[in-house]
Design a protein around this ligand. Sequence first.
Ligand code: Q9C
Ligand code: ZN
Length: 345
Amino acid sequence: MITFHNDLHALHHGKLEMFRGAMVPCFEVPARVDHVLAELRARALGPVQAPPACGDDPIARVHARRYLDFLAGAWDEWVALDPANASRDAIPSCWPIRTFRSDVLPASFPARLGLFSFDAGSPLTAGTWTAARKGADCAVAAAQRLLAGDRAAFALTRPPGHHAGADFFGGYCFLNNAAIAAQALRDGGLDRVAVLDIDYHHGNGTQSIFYGRGDVFFASVHGDPRTEYPFYLGHADERGLGDGAGCNLNLPLARGTGFDSWRSALAQALQAIRAFGAQALVLSLGVDTFEGDPISGFRLASPDYLRVGEDLAAAGLPTAFVFEGGYAVAEVGINAVNVLDGFCQ
Ligand code: Q9C
Ligand code: ZN
């Protein structure tokens, strides 16, 4: 299978993130992708190519114009606030919750930073926009390969994407690569597409983007949001709205869940995707379900990821893999490439 990758992902390198009142080193680091690349090459799993530029249109099909304009200029605005900001990342510290207004775009940069985000754990850095933009190129290129008839393609992107909504960032995510790939498949002529999210954390951004639509099915297996990030979405009773009623499936599992139970949930998600009649699959590939992950709570072991790939292959759908989370840096390459390897066997 072909992998799309762009070295400029490394321009996004956050220093510190807020965690329970302390600033701690970022978990989402450039080395994650280096480990996946090394493992792909070691196993000769297929070519690794830089993607062509996809242009603005496929991104604007998913994200709001005012959000994209904000992201494109955010770093320059941050430094313009205070030249000393050039040496520290931009992190929001106030948000318009519930009864506050979101229709009036504030002139203040910190106010807009909060308007377009939902946590203080996702530093926006000098290279964030460029890196995210190159990641979207990878996602679109992977979708194009499916449209051209390939069985599978891998978008090796960072920053990750599945927590980003149409007009907000958070959870280390800025542009929703999986949603952009799914929309590119729709715009390329497929009528019914599914996104399956196996990252430990619920893909709140992807769910929210497609929640009212009947043409893109979203399924997710994740840590129960009653105890796990992102906390405020991902419950089993979220089934979709309007045209999208019945096209959203959340399978939350308790912290501590092991592979056998997790695999049953995966089978249930794949069965629902089959029943929906999807013509292609976008797989949000987070491997923070690993037993050694420093911020997550499932118990999958490295060999289990080979079985995951086999189960996905048995679904028989053209599949675009999009890289998401996974913070056990030394093992992230083995685990992610095990999924791809299992799929290709
Ligand atoms: N100290 C993804 O896996 N912070 N995002 C958790 C860690 C948020 C994870 C606290 C985790 C976001 C793409
Ligand atoms: Zn995650």
